[in-house]
Design a protein around this ligand. Sequence first.
Ligand SMILES: [Zn+2]
Length: 308
Amino acid sequence: MAPIISRFAPAPTGYLHLGHVVNALYVWGMARARGGTVLLRIEDHDRQRSRPEYDAALLEDLAWLGFVADGPTVRQSDRGDIYVQALDTLRRQGLVYACACSRAEIVGAEPAPPDGAANVGAELAPPDGADQGRPLRYPGTCRDRGLAEGPGVGLRVRLAPSVERFTDLRHGAQEQRPSEQCGDLLVRDREGNWTYQFVATVDDDAQGVTLVIRGDDLLPSTGRQLQLARLLGRRIPPAFFHHPLIMKAPGKKLSKSDGDTGARDLRATGWSAAHVIGRAAALVGLVKREEPLAAEVVPRLFSYHPQP
Ligand SMILES: [Zn+2]
């Protein structure tokens, strides 16, 4: 079995909250239970929304909780050259084209996708421009317009019709059709930001990530990442495990705007790190009874899971 390399990849667009703690529990727990590696990647690809103070706070809160990553912290804002190279790989295949559409134009052009798959969510990060909010399929408006690239114009990659089959390590066999679900994938938005789907896929490949552990909201986007990874030349795709999300109300995902769930807010009111981790574990049913749980014993929760 190949060694497990997983990653924790928060976006510095807010403070660490219980949703992050749940993800950290699964990432460190599953990786460490199998002697694997955990990389820390700060997903600050959205230059308008990322803030240095959130970046610093994420590191501080993570250290306070006791989750320690292996190797240096990687920031997407330092990796522009790698993304340009990846884009060139797609260009050489004739797959990249400029797109001038605004989200409002795409919403107006197309009804929700037939499979109803949610095109939302981004690794605990707010979704990218065109992925934000309700399900959205790009109808290919600019595919053959031959628009010039430049400021104010986005870039998309053509996704040929494809059926992506994979086995999610929690949900089992999956089948997704990215070109029907989301259409041609936005890789750089009109503001010049790389998109989450693109950089996460490039980074997972470049960093040799073998096991992607993330929330259920991202399950519908796995197929497009697999298809994109293949176009980028990745031969062996990572395995995926999608974990439960904390639900505030039926069907409603916990948001980082819910101030009462911030790790540092809980800390400020006297919670210990073990109490915060214990609460997160209980909220997604990892433990039956809520009790303090230190980061170093978290892997024991996963020692009975099947090997990926
Ligand atoms: Zn367009």
